[in-house]
Design a protein around this ligand. Structure first.
Ligand code: GLN
Length: 304
């Protein structure tokens, strides 16, 4: 399939879309990004790559990082992870506090902020040096050792992360945070601050399209069954209170971040990453969603 041609066709229609989105500015450091950038990269499990626009430009992956930390925790503690969080769509914004009180400190799923914060708590208990080990996990998945945290972004979020601190304190009061709050939140903000390009993200997510095995190295990251389940979680919980819309319009498991990135996978075929910094009101990339909707429509490839 000529993905390259499809990309430029879709983009030339999308260019004229009057973009209603807004760059995330609740994290001050993210507001400095040039909002008009746009990149996409598709990597296939048989090692082909198709790029368009700013596909090599690194951006803040934000909540896309929640997939890496979840996979690391899930591979270690296996189904015990479900003693600490649920696996149901939240239907509320990513940083909502409401449900957490009703559910006595048990987050609805690992891809909302509360769930990802518990995942960080688990990794601190499980790993010797979580910050270094998470980065080397990403380095080995991507075969790229210069992917880094951005300390300015992490620090900017830490200074303004009042809702995230509210979430962690509420969960601590219910006994669902075992380590000290500062170390858990430092790790959480660090993971959100990782910077990667569309190419790096799409290549790094390929193991989820390949039954848990990294195509270029043959390394198994997750069992086929846990890979299927991780993809199911991305499908049902990867877009917060827009997960239904994404399934309906795009039809692929995926994960978004407030840096404007979206990664999605088609099992046994490809991983695709798209980046456009302006977000819709649900905190997902406005043009990224439109692009992927058109992409799965034109290619007639989705999981449905
Ligand atoms: N770092 C962001 C936060 O905690 C992540 C949110 C997101 O990307 N949806 O608010």
């Amino acid at each position: 399939m000529n993905y390259q041609k499809i990309f430029s066709n879709i983009y030339s229609n999308l260019k004229n879309e009057s973009d209603t989105g807004q760059v995330a500015d609740y994290i001050p450091e993210l507001s400095y990004v040039n909002p008009n950038q746009f990149g996409v990269h598709l990597a296939t499990i048989d090692k082909q790559g198709f790029a368009f626009g700013d596909a090599e430009k690194r951006f803040s992956i934000q909540s896309i990082g929640k997939v890496f930390s979840f996979v690391m925790a899930y591979a270690r503690v296996k189904s015990d992870i479900w003693k600490r969080m649920d696996l149901e769509p939240a239907g509320t914004p990513f940083n909502s506090l409401v449900q957490l009180e009703y559910d006595q400190g048990i987050p609805r799923n690992p891809f909302i902020n509360a769930g990802a914060i518990v995942v960080c708590d688990i990794l601190i208990s499980e790993l010797q040096s979580p910050k270094e080990e998470i980065l080397s996990f990403i380095h080995s998945l991507s075969e790229n050792n210069d992917i880094q945290y951005n300390p300015q972004v992490a620090n900017s979020e830490k200074q303004t992360g009042f809702r995230n601190y509210a979430l962690v304190n509420l969960m601590k009061s219910f006994g669902n945070i075992k380590n000290d709050i500062e170390s858990v939140m430092n790790l959480y903000f660090d993971i959100c601050s990782i910077e990667m390009s569309c190419r790096e993200l799409s290549e790094t997510f390929l193991f989820l399209a390949n039954h848990g095995v990294v195509p270029h190295s043959g390394e198994r990251i997750l069992s086929p069954s846990r890979t299927k389940r991780t993809n199911a979680l991305m499908q049902t919980c990867g877009f917060y209170d827009e997960a239904g819309q994404f399934a309906y319009k795009v039809g692929l498991p995926g994960k978004s971040g407030v840096g404007g990135g979206i990664v999605a996978i088609l099992p046994e075929r490809y991983a695709i990453a798209v980046w456009s910094p302006r977000l819709n009101r649900k905190g997902n990339s406005h043009k990224g969603m439109l692009f992927l909707e058109e992409f799965t429509t034109q290619t007639k490839l989705s999981i449905f």
